[in-house]
Each structure stands twice: as C-alpha cells, then as structure tokens.
Design a protein around this ligand. Structure first.
Ligand code: CU
Length: 286
C-alpha cells in the first residue's frame, strides 16, 4: 500500500505537470491528424485511441534463444523487452524499448507489433503480419512525419530504426494509435513484437503479457481488476510527433543509443507525464 500511495503521488504530480505545461501553451495545435496527409489505409488513416486503462502494463520480454539462429553464431539472443502503459490521460500508449546484445550485422534493425502471438515453439513466422487495423499494407514505407498514415504496429517506421554497431538500444515514446483496451483493433496486449534485420528477416520475437493490472485495491495480482470498457477510437486534433536522437559520444561499444520521442504541442506535456507514470508503474512492478 505504501508503494500504491507513492504511485498515486507520482500520478498526481504528473497530472499537475500536464496542467501547468498545457496552460503555458496557449496556441492551438498547429497540426491535425486529418485531413493532413494522404489517406493510406483502406479504412482511412489511423485514429488516436483514447480511454486507455491507466496503470495496465504490458511487456514483451525476449527469449534466451533467437528464432534466426545465424544471427547469434556463438549463442545468446537479444536481451530486453518492450514495455507499454497508457498515458495518465488515457490518450496514447507510452512505450519503453530496452534491448542489449543486439546482432552484430544486418541493421539497421526494424521492429513491429505483429497481429498474432508467438506459439510455444518460438516460431516468429507465426506472428503473421504487422498490426494494421486500417489495412494500409507495408508499402509505401511509413512516413514518420505523418504517423497516422503508417501501419499502427510499425513502431520502427514511426519512431526510428535501430542502428547497427551498437550493443544496446533504448527508446521511449508515446504512440497515439495503439491501445491497451481489449476489444479494439489497435489492442496489442494479445499480440507480439518481432525484431528484424533490415531485410525483414525475423531474428527474434516475443509476446506481450500483462504484468500490471492498473487500478484496484490490490496490485499484487496480475489478474485483471480493471474495467474492460471499450474506449472510442476517434481522431483528435493533435499530432506532429517530434523525434530527437542523441547518439553517445563515448567510444564504449555498449553505450546505448537513446531515442526520445514526444508528441508536440499539448501532448509533449502528456508524454512527460506518461514517462513519470510509466516509471512509477515499473517501480511498482519491482
Ligand atoms: Cu515485423
């Protein structure tokens, strides 16, 4: 309970930050998701998902052995995970990608949310295609300036590929088009992440599993105690994602490349709050 109280405080602080920063930005959002940009999906462009359940955390942790054995001739595999939780306001999902022991060749690497889970035998082919509820298809390639025109599951397309020649990679960003609300097409909690070579070879893959259930009197159980109310997926007038890539200047081969992506305009504050809540959620899990 002490941890719960701490989490509440952090969430409250995050909320204050949103309010404070939002009031500083009196100008209306300079861009909107629609009608800007081409319509790429058969069902339109991806829509912003609201009402994602607070505190529900999904994590995909990579296995000990790769699917594509040739990527690790000496054994081992990519280590690490992709963790996801809703922003405190429920708009968008905060992703944290943290990997090490990356393949020595084959980059820049790609990673996506794929529609199907990985079976027990670890066959990444069984993940099928990318999460693509608006039926966009893979071609042409994602334009990261217009993430709503990309496949929802194309995370490296929207937020950056992973450079070759580094041992580690970390990225944190808010994606507005994926969801932790069960029942939506953009829901990924029952799906998987696939890590690819640049040529799309499937190197390794992992299923998302729920590791925290969010609201409720007890956080000890991983069973869901949250409401499964389906949120409406609808466009809102905020986009214009910005990306900053900070490459380390040190010579250590293990120095991570850190990518920080935040939504511009009012959502930057939301993203900051999301980071705080996300950290709190992870702390809680520990
Ligand atoms: Cu993929």
């Amino acid at each position: 309970m002490r941890l719960s109280s701490g989490l509440s405080l952090v969430l409250a602080a995050a909320g204050s930050q949103v309010a404070a920063q939002t009031t500083l930005s009196s100008a209306p959002p300079s861009t909107t998701l629609t009608p800007e940009g081409p319509v790429t999906g058969k069902l339109g462009n991806a829509t912003v998902v609201e009402n994602n359940p607070p505190g529900v955390v999904y994590q995909a942790t990579f296995p000990d052995a790769p699917f594509f054995k040739a990527a690790y001739p000496d054994g081992g595999n990519i280590k690490g995970s992709v963790t996801a939780v809703a922003n405190p306001d429920g708009i968008g999902i905060m992703f944290k990608v943290k990997w090490s022991n990356l393949p020595k060749a084959g980059g820049p690497f790609l990673y996506h949310i794929h529609v199907a889970p990985i079976p027990d035998d670890g066959n990444c082919t069984a993940a099928l295609a990318h999460l693509d509820p608006f039926v966009r298809g893979e071609d042409p390639a994602c334009n990261k300036e217009l993430p709503q025109t990309c496949q929802s599951g194309d995370l490296s397309g929207k937020y950056g590929t992973i450079p070759e020649g580094k041992d580690e990679f970390e990225a944190s960003y808010v994606d507005l088009f994926t969801s932790t609300t069960e029942g939506l097409g953009s829901f990924f909690g029952n799906r998987s992440i696939v890590f690819h070579y640049a040529n799309k070879t499937r190197v390794s893959c992992a299923n998302f599993v729920k590791v925290a259930s969010g609201e409720g009197p007890s956080h000890a159980s991983t069973e869901s105690v949250c409401s499964s109310t389906a949120g409406a997926a609808k466009p809102t007038g905020a986009s214009n994602l910005t990306t900053t890539l900070t490459a380390p200047t040190g010579t250590s081969p293990s120095a991570p490349t850190h990518v920080s992506v935040a939504a511009a305009t009012g959502l930057r504050a939301t993203a900051a709050a999301g980071l705080i809540a996300f950290a709190a959620a992870i702390m809680f899990m520990l």
